[in-house]
Structure formats: C-alpha cells, structure tokens
Ligand binder design. Structure first.
Ligand code: MAN
Length: 480
C-alpha cells in the first residue's frame, strides 16, 4: 500500500557535502532518492517517504533507517541505531545514536567530535588519539613477542617434563614387573593373584592405640571448641555495631566464615573415623572368627586354598599329587619374602596409578601447563593476599576460594571453596592475558563469593593481529 508521508515540523534532512549524515561512504548509495523524489524505508520498502524526511529528527521507519544521523529512532537490540564517525586522521567508527548531541565528547568512538555536531563543542583530536593508539599497539606487540619467546621456553620445558614423566612411568612399570618375577624365588610365572587381589594389612594393636588416643584428644578438643564457639556466638549476637572496632568486626567475620563451613569439615572427620573404626572391626572379626574369607591373604595361603579347590574339582586325577599338610622351612621363608615383595609391589602400584592419573591430565595445547604445574603466583590486592596455585587451588588469605577443575585455553576454573556467610561456596575464574611475566592484574567479585582474576601470563601469548592487540586500548583524555 502506498503511504504518503507527511513533512514534520523539523528541519529538512541533514546532508553534509552531498552525503547523508551518520551514514558510512559505502552505504551512501542506499540513501538516493528515486526518480520521483521518494525514498523507501530500508527494511520495509512498503513505507515510502519524501527524501527530505531522512534525518528530519522524526522517526518514520520501524527499522530506524530514515534517521541515521539523529537519535529520533530508539536504539534497540533488534535495531541498533549506529551513527558513523569519519574520524579523519584515524580510523572510522560507529557510535550508538543515544550518545549523539548529549554534551559528552565520546572520543573513544568519535575522535573527530562529530557525535556533538549540533553544538560543535568537541574539537577533532584524532591525531592525538592515533598517537596513543600507535604507542599502545607497539608496546603490546613488543610485550606479546617477548611473551611468545617465554612461552616457547615453557613449551620446551613442558616437553622435557613430559619425557621425564614417561620415563618414570616406564621405569616404575619395569620395577613392578621385576618384583613380580622375584615372587617365589622367581619360580612362579603367573602374577595375576597379586595384581587382582585387594589386600588390607592391619596392625590392629597399633590402630587401636591410635584410635583411643584420637578419641581422647577429640573429646578434649570438642569441649574446648564448644566453649570458644559459645564465646564467639555471644560476641556476634551482642556486639555493638556502632563502635567501629575493626578487630571485633574481623573476629566476627572469621567466626561467621567458620560457622558457614563447619558442617562440611565435621563430615570429613566422621568419614575418617568411620574408616578407622571399620578397619579395626574387620581385623578384630577376622582374628576372632578365624573366618577364612576375612583372613588377610598371603600368596602362600592363596596357593594352598586354590590348590585344594582344584583337587576337589578333579578328585580322580591321579597325576595331581597331594598337597603337603605342613609347610616346610624353605616355604615359610619364601612366604615371608613373598609378603615383603607383595607389599613393595602394592606401594609401587599405588605410585604408578597416581603418576598415570597425573600424566593423563589435560595439560592444554602442547602440554604447556606441565611447565607451570606446582608453581603459582601471589599478590596483595586491596584487603587480601591472593594466592593462585596453578592447577591446584586459589586462596584469599587463608580462605579457600576454590580447587582446580580445568583450563579452557584462556581461563583456569576453581570451584568448591569455603562457603560464604549466608552465601554459596566460593569459586573463581582466572583469566590469562598475554604478557612476558606472570602478574596478578586484578580481582573482582562480580557476585558474592564468585571471583574473577585477571592474570598476566606468557602462557596465552600468540602472534596477535592488530585488532587483537587493539582490544584493550582506551583513550587517555587527560592528555588532550
Ligand atoms: C570475606 C571475603 C569476601 C566475601 C565475604 C562474604 O570477607 O571472602 O570476598 O565477599 O567474606 O561474607
């Protein structure tokens, strides 16, 4: 349908040197009148306007296309109204239309001051902005190139550490094999019994003594703790908040943090006690009942047990000789030796399993995280000392902010930290930004007890493009 638009009371369209204000040179051709002098909204050509209705400070097109140089059409996420600044002497840019003619020189985006075209109050500072920009780019480029060299050193170190870890794994594997071969004085070929069986070796008396001592100490500490807790609770409830006593406030804060995390700590203790108690009970039962299934197995008694089973299965096979009813001296000696070997195998196997788990961790591209594993960085920012232990944990003073869960190539993530008073468990993201050396640049707490760290690090340095180097450039207006 043909819609005949009307002329608003505002000035006719703002045309600068034959071009439409707010429109980039490559889009100017969209703003040409038809032969009949009419113009169509860009996203809704059914709406037809007089050419003079462009930039007349009255919004006619739902897509805002008739007002590229004014703020008459609302800026929305669906139709973001952007004004083109030519920025002669520097780089062209766009600015949101609601920032036009608002009395602020938005030099970050429009160094030519064209966003304030009505008052003309903002002189063109593009030459100075360019100077600052060039300085920023060359500094960032130099830093990232230095960072890249350090990163290469890290990668070499990581490769070396990987080789060492591989060698250690192979060595441990070999040692375990050798120990297996020594079982039964090297006569037993099969080692599967040792590998598959889960042994529990308990020094019952020692454990019992430890448990009793633990119980006594625990009961004493529980009493002491209860009296301290009650003193702190009373102070928290009755202190006068009008006395600005930092020491009292700090003590209350510490108490609140402690109370928030108390439940979890107790669970861990109970778990530990349970394990000790169960282990002792099991060992006691085994000794009292003389129940075979509970007796701590040795290679010797297992061979004896399985041999008998085999004989029971083939009772008529004459070739199988009868097992000796008593162990000879030599066999007793072997049994002791074997037990020692089994213990050694077990402890080496535990070491091997742990090393394998560590080895298989995600160490990022080119295994680079191997180079910083075990290291960290710490710095006091604001009221707190922050400590980032790479691939391990983050602390705010002595408060656990979180334990390491992974690295996504840009950030390390830490969760499951100490619980906040009336809040969640603490957690953190550590974002790495390229620099030649490690440095903690900032810490934010965008939400209660959820922290964002920005850490300068060579780890993420690349050969950056100019636009990447320009990402964190900001204009220093104090230098104009
Ligand atoms: C401590 C710090 C803060 C945190 C509050 C929450 O003061 O861990 O970062 O916001 O506790 O109570």
């Amino acid at each position: 349908m043909f819609l005949r638009a009307y002329l608003s009371g505002f000035a006719a369209s703002v045309v600068v040197a034959g071009s439409i204000l707010g429109v980039s040179p490559d889009k100017q051709e969209l703003y040409k009148p038809n032969a009949d002098g009419f113009w169509h909204c860009l996203l809704d050509p059914s709406i037809v306007l007089l050419f003079d209705q462009i930039n007349d400070d009255f919004c006619d097109c739902p897509d805002g296309s008739d007002e590229p140089g004014t703020n008459a059409c609302e800026y929305t996420s669906e139709h973001p109204q952007l004004f083109y600044c030519a920025n002669q002497g520097f780089k062209p840019n766009y600015i949101e239309n609601y920032k036009l003619n608002d009395g602020v020189c938005d030099y970050e985006l429009c160094c030519d001051g064209s966003d304030e075209y009505r008052s003309g109050q903002c002189p063109n500072v593009c030459a100075k902005v360019k100077e600052q920009y060039d300085e920023h780019i060359s500094k960032r480029r130099e830093e990232s190139e230095r960072g890249l060299l350090v990163k290469l050193e890290f990668e070499q170190k990581a490769a070396k550490l990987k080789r060492i870890a591989e060698e250690q794994l192979a060595q441990l594997g070999k040692e375990i094999e050798l120990l297996h071969e020594q079982i039964d004085g090297g006569k037993t070929a099969s080692t599967s019994e040792v590998k598959d069986e889960k042994f529990i070796v308990v020094d019952e008396a020692k454990l019992n003594r430890k448990l009793e001592a633990f119980k006594a100490e625990n009961s004493l500490l529980t009493k002491k703790l209860a009296s301290l807790e009650s003193a702190f609770r009373e102070m928290t409830e009755k202190y006068n908040p009008n006395f600005n006593d930092a020491a009292v406030k700090n003590a209350i804060h510490t108490y609140q943090d402690y109370i928030s995390n108390k439940a979890e700590e107790i669970e861990v203790d109970l778990e530990y006690k349970d394990i000790v108690v169960q282990t002792i009970e099991r060992s006691e039962n085994a000794l009292q009942d003389n129940d075979q299934s509970k007796i701590l197995p040795t290679l010797q008694n297992m061979i004896h047990y399985y041999y008998n089973k085999l004989v029971e299965t083939f009772p008529h096979n004459n070739e199988i000789s009868t097992p000796p009813s008593k162990l000879s001296k030599q066999q007793t000696f072997n049994a002791e030796e074997n037990e020692a070997l089994i213990q050694e195998i077990k402890s080496k196997q535990i070491e091997l399993d742990a090393s394998e788990r560590r080895f298989k961790q995600d160490y990022g591209e080119n295994d680079i995280l191997r180079a910083i594993e075990g290291g960290g960085y710490e710095k006091k920012i604001g009221d707190y000392n922050y400590r980032i232990a790479f691939m391990n944990a983050v602390y705010q003073d002595n408060t656990l902010v979180g334990r390491y869960t992974g690295f996504d190539g840009k950030s390390m993530h830490f969760t499951g930290g100490d619980r906040c008073w009336n809040g969640p468990q603490r957690s953190a993201t550590v974002e790495f930004v390229c620099a030649p050396e490690h440095d903690l640049l900032s810490v934010f707490e965008p939400q209660k007890c959820q922290y964002k760290f920005v850490l300068a690090s060579p780890l993420v340095c690349e050969k950056f493009s100019e636009s990447e180097l320009a990402e964190n450039f900001s204009v220093d207006k104090t230098k104009f």
